[in-house]
Ligand binder design. Structure first.
Ligand code: ATP
Ligand code: MG
Length: 334
């Protein structure tokens, strides 16, 4: 995104705590993330680092009584979503932002047919209100056809449990893109599927997003998927964005020790296995480390890292949150 392009979505310093009995799990620790219109943005990080929490907070899908947002803003077209009422949020969900959930099985209601659920999506969308039942049905059948499921008329009357995992994921994609939206959030689509189906799902998603000129937030564990599908990659560790840059730049010059560790942890298919990795595990969110959250696992951590949280500093468009990275982008010793 250039300075002059206003962001479609801009998350600034977002902190989110889940209420756990009398305690707080301090999961998001100041997330910064920006998506320009039509841009494809990757959000990459290990299981439990807060990817789903981040995007669910954008759509207001987290239980209001179950969490607190002590700091931060989520601007959608310049308006802070956190200040909206449930009714206003529903309007945004129905007309602006679509989401493909991590678990397609959980995203579909088991007691309604595929057709009934898809008809509802059209009915509540901005443009769908002007359509009659017959037109809505045509849109739904066309959307099922678009995701390459044969015999849409038959699938229309199926219940979700009559669909395979791959078909459920395709239906979720169809539902997300069949009405006009500006932003699609895809939360690890296809993770539960085998790799061939997963790559078909990714290809389909890319094509749909390009055809419709939508912006995409693609959540994935996989650096390879992010490299293929996105313009910009954000690397998340324990509730913070630790590195963010144009995708090719992240691969050519990974600056954060966590990103470097992630790259070394990718197994090589032709042998050699994992060269190195990142030892340890994510911190306990009930008592996270006071400084850099990666410090307990970082080979370069010094006293300052353990005491103070590094800000996400901008080095000519490549942003990184690490005290060891100099202003010229080079690694320096503490
Ligand atoms: N409702 C909740 N109450 C308490 N803790 C929660 C809740 N939802 C998520 N968490 C915790 O927040 C942390 C981040 O979870 P989240 O689902 O956002 O991670 P993720 O990056 O999407 O992981 P994955 O890659 O496995 O999907 C985890 O430690 C999780 O246990
Ligand atoms: Mg998740």
């Amino acid at each position: 995104m250039t300075e002059s392009t206003p962001a479609l979505l801009q998350i600034e310093g977002l902190k989110l705590w889940y209420k756990v009995y009398k305690n707080r799990a301090k999961v998001l620790d100041g997330v910064d993330l920006s998506v320009a219109p039509g841009q494809k943005v990757g959000l990459v990080g290990e299981a439990g680092c807060g990817k789903t929490t981040t995007v669910k907070s954008v759509l207001g899908l987290l239980p209001r009584g179950g969490c607190e947002i002590p700091a931060g803003r989520i601007l959608y077209e310049g308006e802070d979503i956190l200040g909206l009422t449930e009714k206003e949020l529903t309007r945004i969900r129905n007309s602006q932002i679509a989401m493909i959930h991590q678990e397609p099985a959980a995203a579909l209601n088991p007691v309604f047919t595929v057709g009934e659920q898809m008809m509802d999506v059209v009915r509540y969308s901005a443009q769908g209100r002007g359509y009659g039942k017959k037109e809505r049905r045509e849109i739904v059948l066309g959307a099922i056809r678009d995701v390459l499921i044969p015999d849409p008329e038959r699938i229309f009357h199926f219940y979700p449990n009559q669909l395979s995992g791959g078909m459920k994921q395709r239906i979720c994609i169809a539902m997300a893109v069949m009405t006009e939206r500006r932003l699609l959030i895809a939360d690890e689509p296809g993770t539960a599927l085998d790799v061939t189906i997963q790559s078909q799902i990714h290809a389909m998603l890319e094509e749909m997003v390009a055809q419709r000129g939508m912006a995409l937030v693609m959540i994935t564990h996989s650096l390879g998927v992010a490299r293929e599908m996105t313009d910009v990659i954000n690397i998340m560790y324990a509730g913070t964005i630790v590195e963010s840059a144009v995708s090719a730049e992240v691969f050519a010059h990974p600056l954060h020790p966590y990103t470097q560790g992630l790259m070394e942890a990718v197994p090589r298919l032709r042998g050699g296995g994992i060269q190195a990795g990142i030892y340890g595990s994510l911190p306990d969110y009930l008592a996270p480390p006071p400084g850099c959250r990666f410090a307990p696992r970082c080979p370069r951590a010094g006293d300052r890292c353990r005491a103070e949280k590094p800000a996400l500093a901008d080095l000519s468009g490549h942003r990184v949150a690490c005290f060891h990275v100099g202003t010229d982008g080079s690694a320096k010793c503490q």
